[in-house]
Design a protein around this ligand. Structure first.
Ligand code: DGJ
Length: 696
């Protein structure tokens, strides 16, 4: 047996290449000492045979197959001429680099080869991808091919999967890994609000996270110790869901899976930091060249479809007065789109709304010192549209059957070249004619009937537009967070985490997404009160503080706010501008608190830190327990202030306001163990805490 060791900064993987031709994971965990005897590691984890197991108990390893008695989820399902191909893939060659390993498995009899590539990247995130080749003489149908198969060390006893719906994305469900395991599979043609492509495994605080970087459907299976090959380890397998007949390889052809990623860290904050490092360095397009994330004002919750040039100019003027830096014109600007029942596909400026075209609005936005963004939903068509009347066959449909709509719309078949050419021509013309800095790219219908090639078609269109207009920033929105994944983030600069701007809901939604995504890509808007989705009324101070932890914006009409509310909002926008270099480059820490109604997080960066502490429900105590900080240098001293404005009611409970204004000076050790006692009695109270490290 060959034992190969791959080291990241803080992690070690030990891979076992066995005589039998199988590859397994002998160790994954904190970095091992340089002189660790790998043979001893393998021996310490080896298992004998049990009753009623095959005589050579099969191990699923890094690419499980249904062979030799293994009866868990296989990494591949293949067919030739309708018959299942049972593979017996064995290592044919392998190649290692310093932080990467590629293993080629071959089965000459079945005519199949598999190349598995594992690589350590930024943040110690491991990427895994597979290429499968048809080396036989007849076509090979690939029904399933995993991007990652991970033997899960037995210390991981719990799993967090995600559920969700529109306006309530990514609800975490943590539970023991049960004997029956877990299976998730998307069918909406996009990741959806409930992320089948995201999972966490827990061994106490130690957390392993995995994700499939793919904007279509994903499947994920966690087999808990299948009896045929039981060795106490669960098996996590994930890949893109393929439609029947979608991948049929002619002799000599290959198929590449998307990448899957996995990371392992001592706790959830460290795991978030690992994923953020990966996303910043390896996923986001040219992240290092980005300027500050501009404050948006988006027209949707201010005006809806009630658009006119004067109303939009008035909105832009009030946006600029608050300190907004980008004005985004949302839905309703094109064709006959006066409601959500019509005109998708007709991507020309509506003369009814803009008798003078878009130019005067954009000129005014620019004169106010903002840049201009525009909403589009390219992959859709309304039955009531010129596009549909001209090309009724361009949408996903089954000939002879009904064409059920969702939000009154159908989805275009993005696998068709002429559909992509049409969309490119329309969007390219808009971007050539107008100085548009930003596109909010929406997607409000699931893809049914299912059809192959939709995600590839979407990527091809996005890639062509980005190549033609490299300076246009693009946001991925799908009725909120319906299409968020590392695949789309390779092509976009921001996602819309939820249509739900209610700050209390956001206190759950932002921590859920930020487990994987850094704050600078998570759109975070101050919405109206009452909130149009939840009906909740929340004070501006609370809404604005919560919205600062993300890519901040406003999605409400300032004209409908009181003067005091506008002042409060403008003050928080100014604070956001001062703190975004920290929020958008730093390390995110999720702060624990004994009161479940308190949500707290902080970002540390180069000696500065900003903390958000938010209380949502009435506290049973006069004051919540002190909030204990994280990520500081225990030996360093920090000046600690509470940036103003302060929450109007809670500030009366500050024992010594002047001292807080001047700033307390405390060591990192005291801040992380003793903590800070903040007035958190009333529901809907939030505090910001600012820290500056003092020179020694
Ligand atoms: C759904 C998006 O999530 C909203 O933000 C908004 O852009 C609407 N579509 C517009 O129709």
């Amino acid at each position: 047996m060959e034992l190969l060791r791959l080291d990241g900064e803080r992690l070690t993987l030990v891979l076992a290449l066995e005589e039998s031709g199988a590859a397994d994971l002998a160790y994954i965990g904190p970095r091992l000492p340089g002189d660790e005897d790998l043979a001893m590691i393998a021996a310490a984890g080896a298992r004998g045979r049990h009753e009623s197991q095959p005589d050579s108990p099969p191990r699923p390893g890094l690419f499980p197959e249904r062979k030799g008695g293994w009866n868990g989820t296989p990494a591949v399902v293949l067919r030739r001429a309708g018959r299942r191909v049972e593979t017996d893939l064995r290592i044919a060659a392998w190649e290692r680099a310093e932080r990467a390993l590629a293993i080629r498995f071959a089965d000459r009899l079945a005519g199949v080869e598999v190349l598995l590539r594992w690589r350590f990247g930024a943040g110690d995130v491991v990427t895994s991808a597979v290429t499968i080749a048809n080396t036989g003489e007849a076509p090979l149908a690939v029904e399933r091919c995993a991007a990652l198969a991970l033997p899960v060390p037995a210390r991981f006893a719990e799993v967090t999967a995600f559920a969700g719906r529109w306006a309530a994305e990514m609800r975490e469900h943590r539970r023991p890994i049960r004997p029956e395991g877990l299976h998730r599979e998307g069918a909406a043609g996009k990741p959806g609000f409930d992320g089948a492509g995201w999972v966490l495994l827990h061994a106490g605080d130690e957390t392993l996270g995995a994700h499939l970087a793919w904007s279509g459907d994903a499947w994920l299976t966690l087999d808990a110790d299948p009896p045929g090959g039981a060795d106490g380890r669960a098996q996590l397998v994930t890949g893109a869901a393929l439609n029947p007949g979608e991948v049929v390889l002619a002799p000599g052809e290959t198929f590449d899976t998307p990448e899957a990623v996995l990371a392992l860290a001592p706790d959830r904050s460290a795991l978030a930091q690992a994923f953020h490092a990966h996303v910043r360095a390896e996923v986001l397009p040219e992240r290092a060249t980005w300027g500050p994330r501009k404050v948006h004002l988006n027209s949707w919750e201010a005006l809806g479809f009630d658009l006119s040039e004067p109303a939009l100019i008035a909105l832009a003027e009030s946006a600029a007065a608050l300190g907004a830096e980008r004005f985004v014109l949302d839905d309703g600007w094109f064709g006959g789109r006066r409601s959500d029942r019509t005109s998708l596909g007709d991507w020309t400026v509506s003369p009814e709304v803009f008798p003078n075209g878009l130019a005067p609005l954009i000129a005014r936005v620019h004169a106010l010192g903002m840049d201009f963004g525009l909403w589009v939903e390219p992959e859709m068509v309304s039955p009531d549209s010129d596009l549909y009347r001209a090309h009724p066959d361009w949408c996903l449909h089954t000939p002879g059957r009904e064409r059920p709509t969702m939000r009154g719309q159908l989805a275009l078949d993005m696998a068709r070249g002429e559909v992509r050419d049409y969309l490119f021509a329309r969007l390219d013309a808009l971007l050539r004619k107008h100085p548009i800095a930003y596109l909010k790219w929406d997607h409000n219908r699931d893809l049914f009937p299912a059809a192959p090639g939709q995600t590839e078609g979407f990527y091809a269109l996005l890639d062509a537009l980005r190549a033609a207009h490299p300076h246009v920033e693009i946001e991925s929105c799908a009725s909120g967070g319906g299409r968020i994944d590392f695949g789309v983030l390779q092509r976009t600069c921001r996602v819309w985490p939820s249509d739900n701007n209610d700050a209390i809901e956001r206190l759950r939604i932002i921590p859920a997404w930020s487990q994987f995504l850094p704050l600078e890509v998570l759109g975070s808007h101050v919405g109206p009160s009452p909130n149009p989705i939840t009906g909740r009324r929340l004070a501006m101070d609370f809404r604005a503080k919560v919205a600062m932890f993300g890519h901040m914006g406003v999605e409400a009409d300032p004209a409908r706010m009181t003067g005091r509310e506008r002042e409060t909002l403008a003050a928080h926008i100014a604070l956001y501008k001062a703190w975004r270099p920290v929020l958008h480059s730093g390390d995110l820490h999720r702060l624990a608190h004994p009161d479940p109604a308190v949500t707290a997080m902080m970002v540390t960066h180069e000696g500065r830190a900003l903390v958000l502490v938010a209380q949502t429900a009435f506290s049973s105590m006069f004051d919540a327990a002190p909030i204990r900080l994280a990520g500081l240098d225990p030996a360093a001293r920090y000046r600690v202030r509470l940036p103003e404005p302060w929450p109007p009611r809670a500030q009366h409970y500050l024992a010594d306001p002047d001292l807080w204004r001047e700033g307390l000076v405390l060591s990192g050790a005291a801040l992380m163990t003793h903590g800070l006692a903040l007035p958190l009695t009333h529901p809907e109270t939030a505090w910001l805490v600012a820290l500056e490290r003092l020179a020694p």
